[in-house]
Design a protein around this ligand. Structure first.
Ligand SMILES: *[C@@H]1O[C@H](CO)[C@@H](O)[C@H](O)[C@H]1NC(C)=O
Ligand SMILES: *[C@@H]1O[C@H](CO)[C@@H](O)[C@H](O)[C@H]1NC(C)=O
Ligand SMILES: *[C@@H]1O[C@H](CO)[C@@H](O)[C@H](O)[C@H]1NC(C)=O
Ligand SMILES: *[C@@H]1O[C@H](CO)[C@@H](O)[C@H](O)[C@H]1NC(C)=O
Ligand SMILES: *[C@@H]1O[C@H](CO)[C@@H](O)[C@H](O)[C@H]1NC(C)=O
Ligand SMILES: *[C@@H]1O[C@H](CO)[C@@H](O)[C@H](O)[C@H]1NC(C)=O
Ligand SMILES: *[C@@H]1O[C@H](CO)[C@@H](O)[C@H](O)[C@H]1NC(C)=O
Ligand SMILES: *[C@@H]1O[C@H](CO)[C@@H](O)[C@H](O)[C@H]1NC(C)=O
Ligand SMILES: *[C@@H]1O[C@H](CO)[C@@H](O)[C@H](O)[C@H]1NC(C)=O
Ligand SMILES: *[C@@H]1O[C@H](CO)[C@@H](O)[C@H](O)[C@H]1NC(C)=O
Length: 536
């Protein structure tokens, strides 16, 4: 109780002078710091080994030497005063998670779990910073192994199980306990924020651990995971290696991109280089075929035309059933540096070698329909994450905000409406009925989880925040929906000049709730939100 009281005291002191000049606040911070130092030895969390607890004052550039080098930047700026707790929680006798909770001094009573990305293996420190800066007691785990590779899956189905479902759930159970033991009262509402693999983890929670969260944000979810991994690997046989006649070099992809814009940019009523709804663009590259006198740096050979057309076609199994939808047009420049490179996609290689076949000699260059079918059938620990029945979420009143960038170059955004429709059919609920607990937004001009050519900043992570207004911040929109019953009909995104926040706002755009799509009204400044409308 005592510590909830300090959170209230701090709240009352908004705008007061700095801790150094304010004896009361200084005392509060001293108390918080002492409580933090002593919590490590008092925590009671099942199967856990607590490494340390540590007070970290606001503004600290926290160095993270123990973070695996493949995880990226080994430091994180901490925006608010926190108590940082690090621990290990065993999930079996040969597996476990490393996790942290960041407990802000100014706690709102909310709990937030973050997720992971790709095949990692990396605590998402930026999400811990983001959540704690907004007053959430925030937890994040390493998903059961260290680093970005899938090597740890080899001959260890328990590490695969952690990755598929167990790490997040274990981290949530432990994180909520730590939150309660630290503040002296349990959390009031529990939230999840994740994108990519993190988006899949959000849906895994909704499908299998519906009591874990009152609200879930699932961005660009890597659902139908085995099939996605097959699809990511399917481009090597299509393009062939660099230099082969079927290969389309990176210099030619901007030419394809321009041709796509020529064919499809006006479908939403305005040609601004942004496809509001990429799914209605039926692109073929046939117009780019080189003629007798054409300039070979801006046209394609017949083999290259075939390559591009295959890339924009759905991936099928040997019996003609769908493995994974086509890549949505618009993302090709980025995708050409990631998945159309003519070399195996690392996640595909690792997933098949270490989780599907347990065979480090499996050759990703030769991936074929047999592999697609094997992966879907073996489906380790049901990582597919494709259950269409979300009735437990609906019954307990939890809310799901699902979103996907319309120029995602790594996970095709066309898989997201496919899942939405799957839920709709499984539960026999029309979109108006799903609206009660599950809403999906197509976020135009946005790449994989962030970035892109359009209004891509929706508060999905600490670097993509224009505002904390729920209309413009998807995390705060979720809070508003869960706690006040105010559900979002659009999510406003911001495009910054040069994609740099310091350079100011170029425009904002309201992204529509599926199945509606965004259309220019035909008049008015296209940079003005009001010049656009959500239509059938
Ligand atoms: C934090 O520290 C790292 C390495 O010491 C440095 O590269 C980075 O610029 C620092 N960040 C800030 C915001 O000071
Ligand atoms: C993973 O990293 C943590 C530090 O973040 C370390 O304590 C742990 O020993 C590492 N685990 C393995 C299996 O290397
Ligand atoms: C580990 O747990 C499994 C059951 O999950 C059990 O069969 C095995 O004997 C245990 N191994 C050790 C070394 O305790
Ligand atoms: C505490 O949180 C509230 C909102 O939850 C915020 O308005 C206030 O600025 C925060 N105060 C401090 C000292 O961080
Ligand atoms: C760091 O990650 C890489 C790639 O996932 C892994 O091979 C390596 O063992 C990890 N190192 C440690 C010390 O955990
Ligand atoms: C795309 O193809 C579908 C199915 O063939 C068709 O219904 C639709 O009108 C086409 N869209 C455009 C913009 O040509
Ligand atoms: C061919 O196209 C490239 C790129 O569009 C351009 O830079 C080059 O000048 C063109 N060459 C000719 C001979 O037109
Ligand atoms: C796929 O490749 C494997 C191994 O190279 C081979 O055994 C199998 O027959 C192939 N399947 C098809 C449909 O070609
Ligand atoms: C995955 O691919 C298999 C074909 O290998 C297909 O039967 C199945 O429906 C697909 N599942 C999903 C969830 O996309
Ligand atoms: C963003 O803009 C600011 C101010 O114009 C500039 O100082 C900074 O270098 C820019 N950042 C990047 C990454 O370009």
């Amino acid at each position: 109780m005592m510590f909830t009281k300090w959170a209230q005291l701090l709240l009352l002191q908004v705008g007061a002078s700095s801790a150094g000049k304010d004896p009361q606040k200084h005392k509060d911070i001293d108390g918080f710091e002492k409580q933090c130092a002593s919590i490590a030895s008092k925590l009671e969390v099942e199967s856990a080994t607590v490494y340390f607890s540590q007070f970290v004052p606001a503004g600290t550039n926290l160095s993270l030497p123990e973070n695996n080098v493949t995880c990226g930047e080994p430091f994180q700026v901490v925006p608010v005063d926190i108590c940082r707790v690090a621990l290990y929680v065993a999930t079996s006798n040969r597996s476990g998670i490393n996790m942290e909770t960041w407990l802000p001094s100014n706690w709102t009573g909310r709990f937030l779990s973050s997720g992971n990305g790709g095949l990692n293996g990396c605590v998402s420190y930026p999400d811990l910073a983001y959540g704690s800066s907004l007053g959430f007691a925030s937890a994040g785990a390493n998903n059961g192994h260290n680093g970005t590779s899938g090597g740890a899956f080899y001959n260890n189905a328990d590490v695969v199980a952690d990755f598929a479902y167990r790490a997040v759930h274990t981290g949530v159970v432990a994180g909520k306990k730590i939150t309660e033991q630290f503040y002296g009262s349990p959390h009031k509402k529990s939230y999840y924020l994740g994108c990519s693999t993190g988006g899949r983890q959000g849906f895994k929670s909704a499908q299998d651990f519906p009591d874990d969260f009152d609200g879930i944000i699932s961005g660009a979810p890597a659902i139908s995971f085995n099939n996605l991994t097959s699809w990511s690997g399917s481009f090597v046989p299509i393009t062939g290696p660099p230099g082969s006649p079927t290969f389309v070099p990176t210099q030619l992809w901007p030419v394809v991109h321009e041709d796509i814009m020529k064919q499809c940019d006006l479908l939403d009523g305005f040609a601004d280089g942004i496809l509001e709804d990429a799914s209605i663009c039926n692109y073929t590259a046939n117009n780019l075929l080189c003629g007798i006198n054409s300039n070979s740096s801006s046209c394609l050979t017949q083999e290259q035309v075939n390559t591009v057309n295959k890339i924009f076609s759905p991936l099928l199994a040997s019996d003609g059933s769908l493995v994974y939808p086509r890549m949505q047009p618009g993302s090709e420049i980025v995708a050409s540096f990631v998945i159309y490179t003519g070399v195996p996609f690392p996640y595909t290689e690792d997933w098949f070698r270490y989780a599907i076949y347990n065979d480090p000699s499996w050759d990703a260059n030769k991936i074929n329909t047999t592999d697609f079918e094997n992966a879907a059938r073996i489906n380790p620990s049901d990582i597919q994450t494709w259950k269409g029945d979300l009735s437990a979420v609906q019954a307990r009143g939890s809310k799901i905000l699902h979103w996907h960038g319309q120029m995602d170059g790594i996970i095709s955004s066309e898989n997201s409406p496919r899942y939405y429709e799957h839920v709709s059919q499984t539960m026999s609920l029309a979109p108006e009925e799903l609206d009660d607990f599950y809403r999906y937004f197509r976020v135009s001009g946005t790449g994989h989880c962030s970035g892109g050519d359009g209004a891509s900043s929706i508060g999905q992570n600490i670097d993509s925040v224009e505002s904390l207004d729920p209309k413009e911040n998807i995390l705060m929109a979720l809070v508003d929906w869960v706690e006040n019953g105010v559900a979002p009909d659009t999510v406003i995104g911001t495009k910054w000049v040069n994609n740099n926040k310091s350079d100011g706002v170029e425009y904002k755009r309201a992204h529509c709730k599926y199945p509606l799509r965004n259309q220019y009204k035909g008049q008015g400044d296209p940079k003005d939100i009001a010049s656009w409308e959500c239509v059938e």
